[in-house]
Every structure is written in C-alpha cells, then in structure tokens.
Design a protein around this ligand. Sequence first.
Ligand code: XIL
Length: 459
Amino acid sequence: MDTLRDFVSSTCRKKVHIGTALLPKPLFMRDPEVDGTFSNESDDDAQDAMSVIKCATISTVDPAFDPVITKAARDMPLTKYGQVLTSEFNAVVIEHHLKWSPLVCTLPGPIDQTAPPTNYLGRYDFHHVDTMVDFALKHNMEVKGHVLVWHVTSPPCLEDMSPDEVGSAVKRHIFTTMGYFRDRIQIWDVVNEALASDGTLVENVFYRKMGPSYIEQCFRWAHEANPRAVLIYNDNKVEGCGYGSDDNPRYRKNAPLQAKSDGFYNLLKDLVGRGVPVHGAGMQAHFSAGGVKHQRPPTPSMVKRQIRRIGELGLKVNISEMDVRVSKLPQDEALRSRAQTCIYRDILTAALSEPSFDGVWLWGFTDRHTWVKNFYYDDRPLIFSEVYERKDSYEGVKCALESISPDEAKSLVNRKYIDCDVDENGIEWGHEWMQPEPSSDDNEKDSTKQGNPDWLLPS
Ligand code: XIL
C-alpha cells in the first residue's frame, strides 16, 4: 500500500513536503498498548514506559513527561509512532521543544519540576531537539525549525527587561538556535502569530519593547545567522480570501475574517517591498469542521485565492499546522468523517493547484497524540486513528496528492470546487455538514490584540 511519502516521491509532478509535527515521547518511549512489549523487557520496564506516555503540551519541558532520551531508547526498534512517521512523511517540524521557553533551562542541572516557565536566559538544553532532528535526518526527512519568535512560548522575564535588553536577547536567541542547527535545519518559522484578528499587529512583548519593526529585524538577523535558510512568517486564521464577497453569500456574515487575511497579505507585501529576507508564508489551518463565526473553515476556492495572491509576491506558501476538529458537528460519526475527509481533500487539492504552494504539514498525525485534546476539547482531528489505522481523512489527503499526479483522470477528480464554491449543479461546497451562522450577533470582545492565542478564544 503506497504511503503518502512514496506517492509524493514516486508519482507527484511537483515535489512537496508532506510533513508532520513531532513529539519526542511517542517517538522514543514504547507504548505497550500499541507497541506491545519486547520479550527481554521486564514488566517494570513496560510499567515505566507506560507511566511516561502522555502528551507533552505544557510550556516548559517537565522531566516527568520528557525524560532524558537514553542511547538505549534511541537504538530501540521503531515504535509504532516512529514506523508510521518515517513511512508516511518526508518532513518533520518540532511541535514544542524548539520554542524559546522549552529550550532555555531555568537553573543548572536537572530541570526543576516546580519552576514556572523559565526566568533565566542563556542556558540552552538542546537534548530533546537534537535527538528528534538526528532521528529525522537518519530517515532522510527534512526538518523545519519552529519557532524562533512567538510571544506565547517566550520567557516571561522579557517583560521585565528594557527595550535594548529585549532586542539583544532576541538577537542572541536567533543566532544561538539557528547557529546550533545551522547544518541540520534549513527551513525556519522566524515569527509566529504577530497579527490580531483585525489584521493589525498584536501588542505583544516584542511589539511593546522593540516596536512594530521587530518582525523585519528578526528576519534580517535570521538571514545573517544562516544565509542559506528559508525564512517563513507563520500565522493562524489567515487561510482564506473572499470573506463577505458576493462570490460566496454564505460567508457574508464572516466578512470580519477578511481583515486578518488582508493583514497577512499586506504584512508580507510590505516586507517583500522593503527587501526584507522573507521567503515563505505559513498558514496554520487549525480548522473546525463545525465552526461558525471566526471558527468557520474557509472554502477551497478561498484558500486558493489567498495562496495565489501571496505567491504573486514571489513567496512560497505552505499549510503549516493542519488539523480538522469535528466535535462541533452533530454527534454522527459518518457525517463527521465525511466532513473531515472533504476538508483535507478539497482544501489541499485547491492549495496544490497553486505553483507557489510547496507543502502541507499536519500538526501531528495520530489522534493518540494531538494538542487539541489538551488545548481545546476531546476530538479526533488527524488522519490516523488512536491505534494508527488510516482514517477516511487519510484517503482525503491521498486524493489531494493524486490531483498533482501525471494521471490526468485521477488528477481531475476533485477539482470542481477549487475555483468556485458552487458546482455545476448549484451544490455548495460543504452543504452537507457546514453549520449555519448563529442569528444573534453577540459582539465577542476581540482579545487577540493583547495576543491571546486562538485556543483561548470562544471556540
Ligand atoms: C502547540 C503545541 O502543539 C503544544 O504542544 C505546545 O504546548 C503549545 O503549542 N500554533 C502554533 C503551534 O504555532 O506552535 C502551537 O503548538 C499550536 C498553535
């Protein structure tokens, strides 16, 4: 059975990234429920392994969840997670451990469990990232570095620093991190989620201390740190263009979403226009199939339009953190699966039809390990089940990749919605599962200006 990775390398007309976010634990620690136990493994070992299998999602690295990955663990046969990862994907992005806070140790020696997010700079522990990066390179997978400058997982002590001190701390962090991985990581998310939902800049610690030009400054430092690296600006809720336009009356009530989509385009246009070394744009695509208001997923043609205009700036575009939540849909597993498959298939088919689109990265691949359960609610947002079986949505991704295969017939199958939201029979995309907009317009207070991430907004 062809894997996504094989299909891309053997069949697709253009070489794209089919990537996923990566966590160290499921990669290096055995999960007896899916990996079984090795004959030479005593029950205690299995028990130990069992006790540390949890999703690492907190803002600092906690030894209880992120033990040191011993040589033994690295040399063990691949876990199920490792098997699916290396056979299905040609690239990885570090989901959590390469962010500023998790990287910088609080105090010398073992990480203090009770310590709040770090308040010390300069002591870096690259251990977890090293093991993941070396593993990926050993399996000929490309690695994307995520993320150098993001206000959500940066050391809180930046708030107590002077503007100059923050500037030099950011510069040192960029040079230290990119320098350490200089020969192993050539793609970097430099700045993440700098835009509020009204399309203006979030007044985060970097904005308040370094001013609105901090984004440009960070890209210039990143380019200096590694002139060969591909540098990306990454953001969320920027995937669609055309909200409120006559083309899709159903989205008339979602017109406000156009503000962030335009803010994203204008920010990139301005950076390119001023010769700032930015090479690509990442659109996170954390979709909710049952979403309404600011959570309503864009249509394939809206995604194509957004990628098209960004591509015309000379930038590469990728979908950087895709997952599709379904638990806001009616409690009907078949409907939920059809909706999820439809979104993965049609949004990716539309994206892949654009020459500037160079890859899709999922935010994890198995429902067994997804941040959604810790940051939103219980859900099944990915393409492999809890026990690593291919879901219908997996076939959705495969279909999308077939749209760029030389096999004309196959490639034409799912393209009816990439340029228009209504097919030749007047059937609207998503008509079967798209949820109606609530009648009441309760003016939600927009807290994104202060930098509240999406998962802290009403969902
Ligand atoms: C999340 C990770 O999944 C969690 O493990 C971590 O604790 C917090 O960050 N946008 C981003 C990602 O750019 O880095 C976030 O990942 C999800 C939202």
